[in-house]
Design a protein around this ligand. Structure first.
Ligand code: SF4
Length: 449
């Protein structure tokens, strides 16, 4: 049996100089890095790389920036420079030839790439909140918003609680302020992430904080509602909830979807369906009535898209357990399904469990889950042909005149895309209505109206 040992997450130190705009840049970069699994270091010594966000407005500010870079080089040695002074890369490199990279203001993508290069993130389907493909650069029209760190559960295949500790929720007002700045900087879609979004605020007993003349509780429903109001009219900013466990109070998020404040989308990491396997996995919210609840959610919000991930070949998964999973998937008709073959990770209890499943059986089961979910997905997408749906544009192809984007049912990187032809005048970040003309297993094809 191969056992994977995961290193500690890399740590980034930040020195942020300059005006409020530079601070927004710093926060945006840090949000992305946190979403990619980085930890922050409060000092030079504990950092794997130090990011210096500089100001170049006045000569005195430039000098202060150069001093800050010099201090970071002396104290740590591994330094990435960004911000307004980054425009004068020659000056910086002449004085500090050892800086790892120099990028300019608002070059979020480049600076995040430089940090990835200097201290590569851990990529593991069992640890990452953002998909591996998502480690590529986030365009600025969507942003990951991390609302808590750590987890109170102890799932047998997972080492997150060991790596990151128990749940620590961020203050809701701080999350909302960060979201406001992201929206002001061009974000049209907020992707709420955490290890367990439905548990948000449990650690602070859902305490309320002042917000805009009223109060907001540290609670998934309250936070989601306030996030949904950020764009002005409902639907101006898409709010997508990831890693939601089906606790009873998730029912309260469904009316927010009906009101258009939150996207009709739930990412629920079910991981399995067989009660026997779920028990061995020690999964939270292991509710035998979950199919009934899915039905009741869909009765309220028929367009609700549910995505989930499943682990096949968990130790002790029998043929019956696996058949149960396939029958459950057929019944649940989930919109998007990702599967992983169980992978033993050093330090996770499941690694030491008896009845490990042979690799070839894992592969067989993986293939069967993927085939079944591809068929269900194709059937569901085929039913959308002829309808008009909203599409958030991700990319425009200047040569072909085509564009690609995503519907409300598609999270970036992990779900499908909508490909539009004849899409002159579109730009990334625009939300347009499109007529769907065709569909395949994963993607839709259409034309803007
Ligand atoms: S809920 Fe389970 S799988 Fe998710 S982070 Fe917590 S312990 Fe890990």
């Amino acid at each position: 049996m191969n056992v994977t040992t995961l290193p500690k997450p890399p740590r980034v130190g930040l020195v942020s100089l300059g005006c409020p705009k530079a601070l927004v840049d710093s926060e945006r970069i840090m949000t992305k890095l946190r979403a990619d699994g980085y930890d922050m270091s409060p000092d030079y010594a504990g950092a794997d790389v130090v990011l210096v966000n500089t100001c170049g407005f006045l000569d005195s500010a430039k000098e202060e920036s150069l001093e800050a870079i010099g201090e970071a080089i002396a104290e740590n040695g591994r330094v990435v420079v960004t911000g307004c002074m980054g425009k004068e890369a020659d000056v910086i490199r002449a004085r500090f030839p050892d800086v790892l990279a120099v990028t300019g203001p608002q070059q979020y993508e480049e600076v995040v790439a430089a940090v990835h290069e200097a201290a590569p993130p851990i990529a593991s389907p069992f640890v990452d909140l953002v998909p591996e493909a998502g480690l590529k650069l986030t365009p600025r029209h969507y942003s990951y918003l991390k609302i808590s760190e750590g987890c109170n559960h102890r799932c047998a295949f997972c080492i997150i609680p060991h790596l990151r500790g128990d749940l620590v929720s961020r203050r809701p007002d701080a999350v909302l302020r960060e979201a406001e700045k992201l929206v002001a900087a061009g974000t049209r879609e907020l992707l709420v992430i955490s290890q367990d979004t439905s548990a948000y605020g449990v650690d602070v007993r859902h305490k309320a904080w002042p917000w805009k003349g009223g109060e907001v509780r540290a609670h998934m429903t309250d936070l989601a509602r306030e996030l949904g109001k950020l764009g002005g009219a409902p639907g101006e900013v898409w709010v997508r909830l990831h890693y939601v466990y089906p606790y009873p109070h998730v029912n309260d998020a469904i009316p927010l979807m009906a009101e258009g404040l939150v996207l009709p989308y739930l990412d629920i990491p079910f991981q399995h369906a067989s009660p026997n396997v779920l028990r061995r996995m020690r999964r939270p919210a292991n509710d035998a009535k979950v199919l009934e609840r899915i039905r009741s959610w869909r009765a309220l919000v028929p367009e609700l898209a549910i995505r989930s991930t499943f682990v096949v070949g968990f130790p002790g998964e029998t043929e019956e357990d696996f058949a149960y999973l396939l029958a459950w998937l057929e019944e649940a008709q989930l919109d998007r399904v990702g599967a992983f073959k169980f992978e033993p990770v050093a330090g996770a209890p499941a690694t030491e469990m008896d009845q490990q499943v042979p690799e070839e059986v894992k592969q067989e089961r993986f293939d069967l889950v993927m085939q079944l979910s591809a068929r269900i997905s194709a059937e569901k997408l085929a039913r959308k042909v002829g309808s008009a749906i909203d599409v958030l544009i991700d990319a425009v192809d200047g040569e072909t005149g085509g564009a690609s984007g995503r519907s409300k049912a598609d999270a970036p990187e992990i779900d499908g895309e909508v490909h539009l032809r004849d899409s002159g005048g579109l730009e990334p970040g625009m939300i347009v209505t499109a007529r769907i003309e065709d569909a395949d297993e994963h993607d839709l094809y259409g034309v803007p109206l």
